[in-house]
Design a binder for this molecule. Structure first.
Ligand code: ASP
Length: 368
């Protein structure tokens, strides 16, 4: 049986930081933050005072149900990080999402290697795992790195050992569909190797939609009624990556960042562009300096393009890759931004569960 929740440290108390004072709302935040948050979604605390901050969960577009789940838990008084991880677990467990957890596309050797990070705003603590194999819920392992160790990031064999020590079950994460997609990639991507491309009629229809090498990830951020913020990013990373390649997702400041007094930001898209710019940290920093989420995110994306090497830009100076950021400010406003549109992101708040459009620097031409 797959272990999906862990209670080993469920009674550990989180001290809430009331330091800061950088936004107009920080005094209110500091005065409303309580001293203790529960460590497990299974142990809801007494409900926070409603109405001071809007409950909300936002996510990459593959996280619609994840935001719904996170919101339900927030409404029941769960800790923001537990709510966010519970939402992300749904997507990690979904074999039909080829970008995360079970069913994620493998590296060039056909091995699924997962990256994830979690960040808990009230305690400003975080945990992460990278190049983790055979464990379908890396975000839960990352939470245990945060809770059980004095470290932030465990990688590879050490991360797997740590997960197994905590009772996570190993399993083969390569689904049949992911295997077929990977095999097709092997058969077709190189002009000088010994693989021959399959005849058209031999190509599995399930594989056709993946002819373009693609990326994908889930990022989810949650805010509760007392204005605490936490977020999670989980991914199988770049499809067919070099074994051991780690992207932006498990790197704090790149794949995600929270300042509980300011806001949160997380990303999906070309990890290398993000690693070179620490876009999530930059997004939070832009909000700290007063920009609303949309403007903060777009400013970061412009910087990413400005710093990109020429081979990654087209003849109009636009990025050839995509990068998306999802931001929540401490005042409860949010935005999704992308280099290329149209793109959407998922939101659940008092107005319901829905997709919203990202603000984009450039628009793709509509397909005929
Ligand atoms: N950011 C992920 C990575 O580079 C991939 C993605 O989000 O598409 O690993």
């Amino acid at each position: 049986m797959i272990k999906t929740e862990h209670s080993a440290s469920s009674r550990r108390l989180f001290l809430v930081s009331a330091a800061g004072g950088v936004t107009g709302l920080s005094a209110l935040a500091a005065s409303t933050l309580s001293g203790v948050a529960p460590a497990s979604a299974a142990e809801p605390r007494s409900l926070p005072q409603p109405g001071r901050f809007p409950l909300k969960a936002i996510s990459s577009d593959n996280g619609l149900e994840a935001t719904r789940k996170a919101y339900e838990l927030l409404a029941a008084g769960a800790d923001t990080l537990d709510a966010a991880i519970a939402g992300v677990t749904l997507v990690e467990d979904d074999p039909n999402d080829n970008t995360v957890g079970l069913g994620g596309l493998p590296n060039e050797n056909g091995v699924v290697q997962l990256d994830a990070a979690v960040m808990h705003g009230p305690t400003h603590k975080a945990g992460a795992v990278a190049a983790l194999e055979r464990i379908r819920n890396p975000a839960q392992v990352a939470r245990l790195v945060m809770r059980q160790t004095d470290h932030v990031l465990l990688v590879g064999a050490g991360a797997l050992e740590f997960a197994c020590a905590n009772g996570f079950q190993e399993q083969d994460l390569l689904t049949e569909r992911a295997r077929k997609i990977w095999l097709y990639w092997k058969q077709t991507h190189g002009a000088t190797d010994d693989w021959l491309p399959p005849a058209d009629e031999e190509i599995d229809p399930e594989v056709r939609q993946y002819f373009k090498r693609h990326t994908g990830t889930i990022h989810l951020a949650a805010m509760n009624a007392i204005g605490d913020l936490s977020c999670v990013t989980s991914t199988s990373g770049l499809a067919f990556k070099l074994p051991g390649r780690v992207g932006d997702s498990p790197i704090l400041g790149a794949g995600l960042f929270v300042d509980n007094q300011v806001g949160s930001c997380g990303s999906t898209g070309r990890g290398e562009a993000n690693l070179l710019n620490l876009s999530s940290y930059a997004g939070v920093e832009q909000m700290r300096q007063g920009k609303p989420p949309r403007e903060a995110g777009l400013a970061v994306l412009r910087d990413v393009v400005r710093r990109s090497e020429p081979r990654l830009l087209d003849d109009q100076g636009r990025a050839k890759f995509d990068l998306k950021l999802y931001l929540i400010a401490k005042d409860g406003t949010h935005a999704g931004v992308s280099l290329w549109g149209p793109e959407k992101f998922a939101v659940t708040d008092a107005a319901g569960t829905r997709h919203e459009a990202c603000e984009s620097l450039y628009q793709r031409e509509a397909k005929a």
